[in-house]
Write a protein that binds this ligand. Structure first.
Ligand SMILES: Nc1nc2c(c(=O)[nH]1)N[C@H]1C(S)=C(S)[C@@H](COP(=O)(O)OP(=O)(O)OC[C@H]3O[C@@H](n4cnc5c(=O)[nH]c(N)nc54)[C@H](O)[C@@H]3O)O[C@H]1N2
Ligand SMILES: Nc1nc2c(c(=O)[nH]1)N[C@H]1C(S)=C(S)[C@@H](COP(=O)(O)OP(=O)(O)OC[C@H]3O[C@@H](n4cnc5c(=O)[nH]c(N)nc54)[C@H](O)[C@@H]3O)O[C@H]1N2
Ligand code: SF4
Ligand SMILES: [Mo]
Length: 749
């Protein structure tokens, strides 16, 4: 008997609820539909979720036994006991020789899986590891840092209820980023009382629905946004009463903005001054503005400064803490939080001295921390659910860095570009074969959490990540039955006794870092239906109650210790996802530092005040390449099977029709794209959606899949073969992947 089973899509941060019907073989995803019972997505999915069978059962190069690299470079299968004991021994050896901090941790989860990675801090503690990073440190850290300094708490946009939706380098029609994005975009477009403003050099699907599309020259957002902020000031559109009550540092900002040469900056951005003025006036007159910036600016020139100016635009107009604006959210984990140290203060990476934001070393300095003689260089890397050889800048340099290390361990479901360079590959159960969840809990006023139950059993030979971490921690000799016994004894008397004993253990800093595994090994086995991996959520539920007691109470869980237990039980039972907190918009103020916004970030404001004119790229690079665009069939490197794509199977290079005509290029013609870093051939797709001089390649292509018979197929271009590690933001180190100077040559057939 098969029945529809609730789970979620794992291809973007929205994690829409879906239901899966298995085929007669008990493994194939025969049918997939949106889950109407999911509290955030309510039945919505985009086109991608319906193809998830390709992730689970497709031609993916799945790994189903631990692999060890032999001296001849080939992999051989080994059993788990051998794998765990050898890895633990080698990590301890490296720790003894160079210190545990020389073992670098990378990853911890993708778009659909954060539960396993939440156990990794125990492994890090067991082996003395200190430094870590993840994909967030190649996109969001600049934004986090600015937000932390201005507000002290991460914020998100309430697009659904906004009168004006403002998208800056973001194409939600394809990339989403908020629930039911396509539906919400169409609603705004249809409603004469609401408007959409889009800053994008490409006429994207989102721009097409917009009332104001500011189709700027790539890389000039800092000028255009400064001009918009300056128009607000010049034309008295700022909310002075609101600012007087809620903001600090207003005068310093206004002084700089009064001096912005509006017309000149619109010229640099190549957008009509009247259009910019009209869009800015629409924004200034709106009762609510929700702004969403993303990779188009976060991976582009002045990225961190842009994150700042973009916030000034909606803050000067009073768009925070009310419906349809921005809000400070709750969540089961502190994603996006940072201390907000001023530039030059705060923790730094050991070799490059790069700022560590949100606990993460900037991704673009990782190779500098390895390819050096510096005594503090990383000697080993532990990679979990991530594909840095493909996803980080300058793939060739990343490969060289991994090869220079003494040990590389990769935990993944498939033989990825990164796994190919590992000394050990540890195979994980897929996201549909185990309990899984993400900490992308950004919804408001009701925030949700979804513990997904397994849809099908895992094959023999693979393990869920919590089990892998527990075994590594135990092999390190830092936890044993002696540590578990008192917790188990307490548990026998009930959860309250367990909570007390657990709190006692947390007081010991050496043991507290191992808490995830302590919970997994003690509370874990007592949870229903084999939900041991959820054990850590018990502590997370208590934490949520401690941090946001009223919000949890409003969601119906009561108060105190009992609220933690009720919330945890609801998480375990709620197969479709549950509401964890309920807020009103005003609560945002109580979450901000000093209950106010700091507008004046002196170092970044100084940049705005002294912006030089952009220098032209040298004539040998007549094009700007955006390396990594989200399209209808891209999903990072999560779906490896090339057959999952219904269109754009080759991953075309999009370019303007005008340029194509000038060069005599037709759809499908091969061209050679060359950058300072690399060169590759790709078919072109001329389109009138692109500006002349601009090129765009999709993300997530260039994956290689090796079949059982040894044949390897690679599909499309891996964008980071063309990008440079040192083309990056000066504050946060985020890469400028959307601004890669490039050349095009025709290829003779
Ligand atoms: N379909 C799909 N959806 C996804 C993903 C996926 O792989 N595929 N990945 C998910 C992830 S990890 C992320 S981070 C998000 C990213 O989501 P987005 O940031 O929306 O995705 P991108 O397409 O990379 O970039 C957004 C836009 O930036 C524009 N752009 C390029 N240069 C500039 C510029 O100079 N200025 C401005 N203003 N815009 C510019 C591009 O034309 C593009 O439309 O998507 C998520 N959703
Ligand atoms: N040039 C350029 N580069 C980019 C981008 C761009 O726009 N341009 N976008 C960047 C962005 S925004 C992001 S977020 C990154 C994403 O890059 P990464 O963080 O490297 O993440 P993914 O590509 O999502 O890879 C996820 C990995 O998890 C594995 N996996 C899937 N399920 C499981 C599981 O259950 N357990 C384990 N252990 N592994 C699993 C997959 O096989 C895959 O190897 O790429 C970035 N790279
Ligand atoms: S890829 Fe589509 S279906 Fe999947 S989570 Fe994102 S928006 Fe939802
Ligand atoms: Mo991302």
């Amino acid at each position: 008997m098969t029945e529809w089973q609730p789970t979620a899509c794992i291809l973007c941060e929205c994690n829409c609820g879906i239901q899966v019907l298995l085929g007669a073989d008990g493994r194939s995803f025969e049918k997939i539909r949106g889950d109407k019972l999911h509290p955030a997505s309510a039945g919505y999915t985009c086109n991608k979720a319906l193809r998830l069978d390709h992730y689970q059962n497709g031609r993916t190069g799945r790994v189903t036994a631990p692999l060890r690299r032999r001296a001849d470079g080939e992999f051989e299968e080994i059993d788990w006991e051998t794998a765990i004991s050898e890895i633990a021994a080698r990590m301890q050896e490296i720790g003894l020789r160079y210190g545990g901090e020389s073992i670098f941790y990378y990853g911890g989860g993708g778009q659909g899986n954060h539960l396993g990675g939440a156990y990794a801090p125990a492994t890090m503690a067991a082996f003395g590891m200190k430094y870590r990073s993840s994909a967030l440190a190649q996109e969001k850290t600049g934004d986090f840092w600015v937000g932390a300094r201005m507000a002290g708490h991460p914020m998100r946009a309430d697009v659904e209820h906004a009168e004006v939706a403002f998208f800056i380098g973001k194409n939600p029609y394809q990339s989403h980023g908020f629930p039911r994005a396509r539906t919400v975009l169409k609603e705004i477009a249809k409603d004469p009382g609401r408007s959409m403003i889009v800053l994008d050099p490409v006429r994207t699907e989102t721009a097409e629905l917009a009332d104001f599309h500011l189709q700027l020259r790539p890389g000039t957002d800092v000028y255009l946004l400064s001009a918009m902020a300056a128009i607000l000031v010049r034309d008295n559109l700022i909310d002075e009463h609101w600012l007087a009550e809620h903001a600090m540092g207003v005068e310093e900002v206004l002084t700089v903005l009064r001096a912005v040469p509006i017309e000149k900056y619109c010229g640099i951005a190549d957008v009509d001054l009247e259009l910019v003025t009209a869009a800015t006036h629409r924004l200034g007159a709106a009762a609510s503005v929700a702004a969403l910036e993303d990779l188009g600016v976060q991976m582009n020139r002045y990225s961190t400064v842009v994150s700042y100016v973009e916030k000034l635009v909606w803050l000067l107009t009073g768009n925070l803490g009310k419906p349809g604006t921005q809000y400070a959210f709750t969540g089961m984990a502190a994603l996006g939080h940072d201390r907000g140290h001023p530039a030059g203060e705060g923790p730094r990476s050991p070799v490059a001295g790069a700022p560590i934001i949100s606990g993460l070393v900037p991704c673009t300095v990782i190779t500098e921390e390895i390819l050096t003689e510096h005594p503090a260089r990383y000697r080993a890397m532990f990679v979990e659910s991530s594909n840095p050889v493909h996803s980080l800048a300058d793939s060739a340099r990343m490969r060289a860095a991994l090869q220079a290390l003494e040990l590389v361990v990769v935990v993944d479901v498939a033989m990825t570009e990164t796994a190919r360079l590992a000394d050990y590959v540890l195979p994980a159960a897929t996201q549909f074969e185990k309990y899984e969840a993400t900490f992308f809990n950004f919804d408001f006023p009701r925030n949700i959490f979804h513990l997904r139950h397994p849809v099908l059993p895992a094959p023999a030979g693979v393990l869920p990540e919590p089990e892998i971490h527990a075994r590594l921690v135990e092999a390190a000799g830092v936890l044993s039955e002696d540590d578990y016994a008192p917790l188990r004894a307490a548990l026998a008397q009930g959860r309250e006794a367990f909570a007390m004993t657990f709190l006692g253990i947390l007081a010991d800093p050496r043991k507290s870092k191992l808490a995830p595994v302590l919970l997994y090994r003690t509370l874990g086995p007592t949870l229903p239906e084999g939900a041991a991996a959820a054990a850590l959520l018990w502590a997370a539920a208590y934490n949520l109650v401690r941090k946001f007691p009223e919000s949890v109470e409003r969601a119906g869980y009561g108060t105190g210790l009992a609220a933690g237990e009720r919330l945890f039980d609801a998480i375990l039972a709620g197969k479709h996802g549950i509401v964890i907190t309920e807020d009103d918009y005003e609560v945002t103020w109580s979450r901000l530092r000093d209950n106010k916004i700091q507008l004046h970030l002196g170092d970044l404001l100084e940049v705005v005040a002294t912006l030089p004119e952009p220098a032209d790229e040298p004539g040998e690079w007549p094009f700007v390449l955006s390396a990594g665009e989200r399209r209808a069939f891209t999903a990072n490197t999560i779906v490896r099977d090339p057959a999952w794509r219904k269109r754009d199977g080759a991953g075309t290079l999009r370019m303007s029709s005008t340029d194509a005509e000038r060069l005599g290029l037709h759809p499908g013609d091969l061209v050679r794209v060359t950058t300072r870093r690399g060169s590759t051939e790709v078919p072109v797709e001329p389109t009138d959606r692109m500006r002349p001089g601009h090129l765009s390649l999709p993300n997530g292509f260039g994956l290689s899949v090796t079949d059982a018979d040894g044949t390897t197929v690679t599909t499309g271009v891996a964008p980071n073969e063309l990008t440079e590690f040192d083309s990056r933001d000066e504050w946060a180190g985020t890469p400028w992947h959307k601004y890669v100077p490039a050349r095009l040559d025709t290829v003779n057939a």
